[in-house]
Design a protein around this ligand. Structure first.
Ligand code: SF4
Length: 352
């Protein structure tokens, strides 16, 4: 009974202090507040794009003496009928996808499940998306009657399948019907293709799957998504064919960033269609979002259009993702924070 009460206060009502839990005895509330805290991580900054996209830089406290805290970015993209929160799973990333800004930041550490969940709690706090709260004064929230955060995508910083246990636990909390209550069909985990963990992801979380594909030939994908040197395209697609729960009603999303003169020819589009045979797929074409120092350029509109029609005529939905939040570097592949790992000497000092 106590667990259900606490769960309701924390995840359904979004309470940030034990004091407010009036159906729990004063003595027990006191004991809880002596040992635990519901305080939110610090929001270092909040940026609001011209198109209504919001980006938060969130600072987490150190988890041990070796850690000096961590900063991650988290982005909220509002549409008329939905609100999507793009969460981070790691600080930095071990993978170095050539077109991705996060990939230029050295990996610092995995986020804990509670740090992943905190990103949703913070978003709901800021958007007034808990019972009896008001939306922000700028009023930029979905108007179609959905919850303000109705969808979660693990497409922020990091490779979620290299932090599997914490991502799995966070998905379980996100989707619990007595708490944050997001439908699993609206939670998407995006991976660069960590093949050995795909089956587990589907079986243990029931989340939707997205694959950062970006190339249809191994020589090119080896360069764009270096993880491909370990798990080749054929092996990755075979794992997708047997992904638990995938069906025509629950399609796997294939993300494909459009890079001028690199992966955007009609022959690439035809090969993409050939490769995806037998996979319940939809294809998300992402115009490349530039970031400081990148050598890539975005394909031009006509090329994207031609690519999209080949895919569409083969029977696949192939929406071109409208870039959101570019002016605040909140668009796909643009996230990065300043957090770095402690150098060896600082580590010794911290431990001493
Ligand atoms: S695309 Fe994803 S996996 Fe690749 S470097 Fe960026 S954050 Fe890491």
């Amino acid at each position: 009974m106590r667990t259900a009460q606490l769960w309701h206060w924390i995840y359904y009502r979004g309470t940030s202090s034990f004091e407010e839990m009036l159906n729990i005895s004063k003595a027990f509330r006191l004991r809880l507040s002596e040992r635990f805290t519901l305080a939110r991580p610090q929001i270092v900054s909040e940026q609001l794009s011209r198109d209504g996209t919001r980006k938060w830089l969130i600072r987490f406290d150190p988890v041990d003496v070796r850690d000096r805290g961590a900063e991650v970015e988290c982005v909220y993209i509002q549409d008329e009928d939905r609100g999507t929160l793009c969460v981070s799973s790691q600080v930095g990333c071990t993978l170095t996808c050539a077109f991705c800004h996060t990939g230029t930041q050295k990996f610092v550490r995995n986020l804990t499940a509670q740090e992943i969940i905190a990103q949703l709690i913070i978003a709901r706090d800021r958007l007034g998306d808990f019972p009896e709260r008001a939306p922000p004064e700028d009023g930029i929230v979905p108007t179609g009657g959905s919850r303000f955060v109705s969808n979660i995508v693990f497409m922020g910083m990091g490779e979620p399948l290299y932090n599997f246990e914490n991502v799995r636990d966070a998905v379980a909390v996100f989707s619990d019907g007595d708490g944050l209550s997001l439908s699993k069909r609206r939670i998407t985990v995006s991976t660069a293709g960590v093949v050995p963990r795909l089956h587990e992801l589907g079986a243990e979380t029931g989340a939707m799957l997205a694959i950062s594909l970006h190339a249809v030939r191994d020589e090119l994908r080896d360069k764009l998504v270096p993880l491909n040197r370990k798990y080749k395209i054929a092996e990755l697609l075979q794992a997708c064919r047997t992904y638990p729960g995938a069906s025509n009603a629950r399609r796997i999303t294939f993300e494909y960033v459009m890079l001028k003169g690199i992966n955007d020819s009609p022959a690439d589009a035809r090969e993409l269609v050939r490769l995806l045979k037998g996979v319940p797929a939809k294809i998300n074409l992402i115009p490349f979002n530039p970031w400081p120092g990148t050598a890539f350029e975005c394909s031009d509109d006509a090329t994207i259009e031609a690519f999209s029609s080949i895919v569409f005529n083969a029977g696949y939905a192939s929406p071109v993702r409208t870039p959101r939040g570019r002016d605040i570097l909140a668009a796909c592949g643009q996230l990065k924070s300043e957090t770095e790992k402690l150098r060896a000497r600082a580590l010794l000092a911290a431990e001493g």
